[in-house]
Design a protein. Structure first.
Length: 132
C-alpha cells in the first residue's frame, strides 16, 4: 500500500498501475487514500481503458462518497457512458449528479434512494461493461 501511494504521489504511474493491479488482486486492507484512487482512475482513463476507468471511478465513489473529487468522478462516468459506451440515459444521470455537486452525496446516506443509473450499476456488481 505504501509503495502504491508513493508511486502515485511521485508521478511514477507505470509503477503505480502495476502496484494497483496487485493491490486489487489480493485481499484489500481498506480503501486507498482518495487522491490515490482518483489519480489511478484518471491515469487508466488517459490510457483509453474506459471500462477499467469507469470501475475505478465507481470504486472511488463507493470508498469516498463525499470525497472532494466525487463530482469529478461522476462527471467522468458521464463522459464514459456518453462517448465510449453510447448510453445517453446513464450519461445524463451521471452528469446531472456531477452538476448538482455536494448535494448529490446525500443519495448514499441511509434513507435516501440511489438514482436509477446507480441501481443498475450496483445490480450489475459495479461493472460497467456488463451494463451494455
Amino acid at each position: 500500500r505504501d509503495q502504491l501511494v508513493g508511486a502515485v504521489l511521485d508521478g511514477r504511474m507505470d509503477l503505480a498501475l502495476e502496484l494497483h493491479r496487485r493491490w486489487m488482486s489480493g485481499p484489500r486492507g481498506g480503501a486507498l487514500p482518495p487522491v490515490v484512487e482518483m489519480e489511478i482512475a484518471h491515469e487508466v482513463f488517459r490510457r483509453g481503458r474506459v471500462e477499467e476507468a469507469a470501475e475505478a471511478y465507481l470504486r472511488y465513489l463507493a470508498d469516498h462518497p463525499r470525497g472532494d473529487e466525487a463530482a469529478e468522478a461522476k462527471f467522468r462516468l458521464g463522459l464514459i457512458h456518453l462517448r465510449a459506451l453510447g448510453d445517453r440515459e446513464k450519461a445524463r444521470d451521471w452528469l446531472r449528479q456531477a452538476a448538482a455537486g455536494e448535494d448529490e452525496g446525500k443519495e448514499t446516506e441511509p434513507g435516501n434512494d440511489p438514482t436509477p443509473a446507480q441501481r443498475r450499476t450496483y445490480a450489475a456488481g459495479g461493472r460497467v461493461h456488463e451494463q451494455r
